[in-house]
Design a protein. Structure first.
Length: 179
């Protein structure tokens, strides 16, 4: 990206509504959620909380980054699926701004991940099931739509919700049985 394009992008203004994508599913959202579910299953196979995430180029559907929870494996409290997928996507395109991208994740993002979504300027956010204990895109707070922040993204929740929720319930049920 040349300097004029960078400066134009840096100073682009608009109303909050102009910077927010319409809350409608796009053709790639459901297949990407299915891929995120596969990634969540990989996490579960490593005894990680089964959360998977995919970042894709909204217009083309090209996958730019993927991730699943790796907190236990990596001994890293920040190794959430969203963080891993966003880092991979930024490396793929060579830019930290993901405004032309969609993040698909099986579980509503926590405050850390919602903050990262805002800071990475993610264009669209699609998630599977709500997180009543830590969700920061509607359950506990609405970090991604807070008008005090410099970027907002309206989350689209409930995509393949039953499958995403079942993964988590089954994982925690099995974990309780082991104790």
């Amino acid at each position: 990206m040349g300097l004029p394009a960078f400066i134009s992008r840096l100073f682009r203004r608009g109303t909050p509504a102009a910077r927010t994508q319409p809350a409608a599913l796009l053709p790639h959202d459901e297949p990407m959620m299915r891929r995120a579910i596969e990634l969540a299953r990989q996490a579960a196979s490593l005894h990680e909380v089964p959360v998977g995430a995919v970042v894709y180029e909204t217009a083309s559907g090209r996958v730019l980054g993927e991730g699943f929870n790796r907190r236990e494996v990596d001994h890293d409290p920040a190794a959430h699926a969203e963080l891993i997928a966003i880092r991979a996507a930024a490396a793929t395109i060579g830019d930290w701004r993901l405004s032309e991208c969609t993040l698909v994740v099986t579980l509503e993002p926590c405050p850390m991940c919602a903050g990262l979504i805002v800071n990475a300027r993610v264009g669209r956010l699609v998630f599977g099931c709500r997180d009543p204990k830590a969700g920061a895109t509607g359950s506990l707070m609405n970090l991604t739509t807070d008008p005090r922040l410099n970027h907002r993204v309206e989350p689209i929740g409930g995509v393949l919700e039953a499958e995403c929720s079942a993964l988590l319930k089954d994982f925690f049920r099995a974990l309780r049985r082991q104790k």
